[in-house]
Ligand binder design. Sequence first.
Ligand SMILES: Nc1ncnc2c1ncn2[C@@H]1O[C@H](COP(=O)(O)OP(=O)(O)OP(=O)(O)O)[C@@H](O)[C@H]1O
Length: 709
Amino acid sequence: MTDNVVHLFKDPPPTADKTPTTLAVPEASPQTAGAPPRPSSWRRTVRRVRVVATDERTRSAGRAVVRHGSYVVGGTRIVARRAWDGRTAARYERMIRAAEAAGNLEVAAEWEERGRQYRAARHQRRMDLLTSPERVVKNAAYATGGTLAGLLLLGVALAVATKEPGDVVVPVMALVELCRLLVVIATVVWGPLVTLGPWLALCGLWAVGRHQQAAPQWALPAQQRGSDAGAPITPSIVVTALRDLGIAPLRKAIKEMGDAGAAMLGPIRIAGCGVEVDVTLPSGVSTQEVQGRRRKLAENLSRHEHEVFITIPTAARTVRLWIADSGALDEPIGPSPLVLDAGLRADYKKGKAPWGQDLRGDAAALSLYQRHMLVTGVSNQGKTAAVRALALWLALDPSVEFRIADLKGIGDWAMFDGIATVLIQGPTDDHVIQATEMVESGVTEMERRLTSPPGTTFPPLIVLVDEAQLAFMCPVKDEEGRPYGGSKATSRYFMAARKIHNQGRAVNVLLWQGTQDPTDQNLPKLVREGAHTRASLALGTESQARMALGDKAVDGGAAPHLLRQGLDKGTLVVASDGIAIPAGQASITVRTHYIDDDQAAEIAARARALRDGVTTLTVLDTDEPTDPLADIAAVIGTAPRVLTQDVLQRLATTNPKAYGAWTHTDLRRVLEGTGAEPYKSDGRMVVSRDRIARALANRDTDGSASAAQ
Ligand SMILES: Nc1ncnc2c1ncn2[C@@H]1O[C@H](COP(=O)(O)OP(=O)(O)OP(=O)(O)O)[C@@H](O)[C@H]1O
């Protein structure tokens, strides 16, 4: 056993007893137990150096050194450049290069002429210099002689005054004394001046460098680095952002322009909650290339992508940048004038619906006169609210009739009960069928109007289908096998929509459609192209944006696909001649006022009060008419009398199949002998509610009497 004992000392001390020595192993210290071996000293040093080097204090000290050093170096460079520019024709050369790079040959020629004039003047100065020593000597002699003569003359005057002949030289001696004094002062000041001079010069250079921020970004103090986000837009920021856009010819041209790169920019104007600047691109750079790099440009300008809009104005090779003040677009815009002004009225023909604000912060108002409309967007972005805001405004013109099909049917349009003559609300195929028949009734009305004598005026009829994609996607076929949905020549909704698009405008029968997420299937090309006013909320892709607004608008910079889903609710890109769009642009971005359900109900109540008793039909009867008298009573509703023309129109809406082709003769024929025949009131043919009611009552009594017999 003792053979196995390891002694920890050289000569074990003699022990009294021969009991085996047990090794007392000290308790493992936390450091040693299972701990890795202690690092060697150089490693420790490296680690320590790394800690010190990466410490924030070291970093800021390093940054400060680099920063202030760069200020001096940069300042020297700037001062040297200015001096060089001042003494040579370099400035003119640079401007010529910049103008050439920008493809502006006229400006280049102008600078060339200025440079030529500068050189000629310089040459003249140099020639003058050749003859100048002689002139200098001569002038100096004249000046000295003149001064001495003057002083002597002064001395003579003094001597005469004091009667002291010695005073003649007093002024001359005073001058000599002055010179001596100046020499003394110079010798005293010279020493410190020589010592301080270089330091003062250094401070001057540092100040110039600091003023021009001539240090790398990373070396700037934290607040200046951080304040970049949302920093005011200056020409140099815009030029740098364009330079770093990754477009090689643009980069090269801007580099060649040097400091004169800002010549590409027009004036930076305040525009709403941002600024606007036109950029004339150098030749070889297309406006499309810049548009395609919106995100990068925004990031270079320290903005989010949605805060920079690139449009193409009329001037050639020019892009117009609108750059929002940081975060300004996330601020809500105020409530709608419809909500604020309870006395507001609408005028279909001459008025414009107050819809919201454009990005410049100017009111955006849309004329709805004789324009079909298409509003698209992904779900829950505010499509219904945007269309409804327009309809609410127009409802304040009592001459406008609405026929509304809301194929979502959760009550978004419920407030139009009592305003619209038809209100269909629901998402089922039955609702789609009714909506289709409603649009077809619009076609019937349109055709009736088209055959009216020339000069007839037509009250506006808005046929509105919200969630129209459901109509296009409806798989149901009618009894003749014609599909309600789809985009074939037999498709009922599609054909009705097309007919209204083709001919409705002139007779004030207009189709307004709201649709979600457009595709070729749920929004056929011919239908999207038929709308005069096309507006889009956020969309998923550029191809959808093209469907929604058309290629022209998207090629001109319209980018609803770059709106932020879920954030830019109520923001629409609008392409229409009904809204003021800056010259050269194909679209305008409008942030709409949000009118919630309660406010909408209040506005609708005002609109209802302006109309006299519109009966809203919620279900369209498509069967053969079994009882025209009862149907007439139903469409008259609560109004004491209704124009025969309106009665015909409402009958056609209720049951296009039965009454669509009815004329005044049919109406007269049905009412003849009932005591409720149409009669003239204020020069126009009307049908009386009370007389119809009486006729119905009489008929019922007669009916029951004859039944009793
Ligand atoms: N102009 C607006 N400003 C701010 N928020 C708005 C605006 N318009 C709508 N919203 C918000 O968006 C929500 C959805 O609006 P709306 O029902 O009109 O969307 P939608 O696009 O019609 O939806 P869906 O396609 O699913 O029917 C509203 O409840 C409201 O909170």
